[in-house]
Design a protein around this ligand. Structure first.
Ligand code: UD1
Length: 416
């Protein structure tokens, strides 16, 4: 199992290119299930989660061809509308095949994702809403089994804002009979990217990016070519790494427009930020000022950036209060940061982070994707060596992480 060895203290400087968004690419690849014609995606990041999704689609009969960051999917014949446990267990986003498979094949069998490190994460809303669209759904032997010869449009309301739930339902509704209205829809930019792709495939969708999405079902969708949007969480993570080290970095092929809440906090922390149409430059201060935050659905502060800001606050001047409202168990990085010398107290869904002048290198364990990113940031500022174990979590979501950090002057080594 690979580990990442970081020698702290280097100030990050230089420029790197941001990759395509993992959380946009995963639903987009599933959208190819909705048509018998080939769909081509560019700017697809080379990540383990993308590889898992392609494997999942391949075993259903989808023909996959890949050339660098371009992927073409041909779902002309779908022989096996099943997502087996072995693949789903490694990636919760596999649930995104449920909507498109039911719509296109009239049947789907998708393993229940089960729990994950950051909480229970049930899929009850996906099931409730597909049922409202006429699907007969049984949960048996650990699988969601959906049957419906033709889904019907319906008015759908989810109890909470769910990103993959909104995406699943939008894809299912694209081929349903009549109109579907998704209320309380997720407004994340990745939902909009998916809607844009579906529209270029012939779907009739309006309102994506707001909390009410309307979809007029069509008989058939056709092939398309689509570029995956930039990864806003990868962008935010490198901004934090630069900020923590007092660095000066330019991130290219990305946009600040998806990151208002994060940029706002970085400005409050004392950073200077300039945004261009497709680039962001950040210059960090000598010492950051602590910033409190509360995670909420987009456009508020993203839960996927909470851990990275905990690392920033660990070395900032002052005390920050961090409230996590999306996932019930998303503070596992705190105990690892404490091993590096951070002063953090957890009370329920709130973390109190009192900045210390310096962290000290140690061996720490990555527990989930974004928690791992926070340990990398902490390792970059810690005195001495930090060894991060289980970095397969990072490989799920950060393309060429070690090469990008090296390009910015960090002292990192991947230990096999
Ligand atoms: C997506 C992102 C993930 C991000 C999260 C929140 C992808 C592939 N993943 O995950 O990186 O952290 O949004 O921004 O895009 N819930 C239920 N029942 C459901 C669905 C959700 O109770 O049927 C709950 C979840 O447990 C969680 C909350 O709703 O507490 C939000 O989850 P959701 O938005 O669905 O997260 P994901 O789409 O899985």
């Amino acid at each position: 199992m690979d580990k990442l060895l970081i020698e702290g203290g280097a100030r990050l400087s230089g420029e790197i290119t941001i990759s395509g968004a993992k959380n946009a690419a995963l639903p987009l690849l599933c959208a190819a299930l909705l048509t018998a014609e080939p769909v081509t995606f560019s700017n697809v990041p080379q990540l383990n989660d993308v590889r898992t999704m392609l494997k999942l689609l391949e075993q259903m009969g989808v023909k996959v061809s890949r050339d660098g960051d371009t992927v073409t999917l041909d779902a002309g014949e779908l022989s096996n509308p099943v997502a087996p446990y072995e693949l789903v267990k490694t990636m919760r986003a596999s649930i995104l095949v449920l909507g498109p498979l039911t719509a296109r094949c009239g049947e789907a069998r998708v393993s229940l994702p089960g729990g994950c490190a950051i909480g229970a994460r049930p899929v009850d809303q996906h099931i409730k809403c597909l049922t409202a669209m006429g699907a007969e759904i049984k949960v048996e032997h650990g699988y969601v089994h959906a049957v419906c010869p033709k889904l019907k449009g319906a008015r759908l309301f989810t109890d909470m804002v769910t990103v993959t739930g909104t995406e699943n339902l939008m894809m299912a509704a694209a081929l349903a009979q009549g109109e579907t209205v998704i209320e309380n829809a997720a407004r994340e930019p990745e939902v909009v990217d998916l809607a844009n792709c579906l529209v270029s495939m012939g779907a009739r969708i309006s309102g994506a990016g707001s909390d009410v999405i309307r979809i007029q079902g069509v008989e058939k969708l056709h092939g398309a070519v689509h570029r995956v949007m930039p990864d806003r969480i990868e962008t935010g993570t490198y901004l934090c790494a630069a900020a923590a080290t007092g660095g000066d970095v330019l991130l290219k092929r990305t946009s600040g427009s998806y990151l208002d809440a994060v940029i706002d906090k970085l400005l409050d922390a004392g950073c200077e930020i300039t945004t261009e149409r497709d680039a962001i430059r950040l210059q960090g201060p000598k010492r950051l000022t602590a910033v409190s935050l509360r995670t909420s659905p987009y456009p508020a502060f993203p839960t996927d950036m909470q851990a990275q800001f905990m690392a920033l606050n660990a070395v900032a001047e002052g005390t920050a209060v961090i409230r996590e409202t999306i996932f019930e168990n998303r503070f596992m990085h705190a105990v690892e940061l404490i091993r590096l010398g951070a002063d953090i107290r957890i009370d329920g869904n709130t973390a109190f982070v009192k900045g210390v002048p310096a962290l000290e290198g140690a061996t720490v364990m990555a527990t989930d994707l974004r928690a791992s990113a926070s340990l990398v940031i902490a390792g970059l500022v810690a005195q001495g060596e930090t060894l991060i174990d289980r970095i397969y979590h990072l490989d799920r979501g950060y393309e060429h992480l070690d090469q990008k950090l090296l390009a910015l002057g960090a002292k990192v080594t991947r230990v096999k």
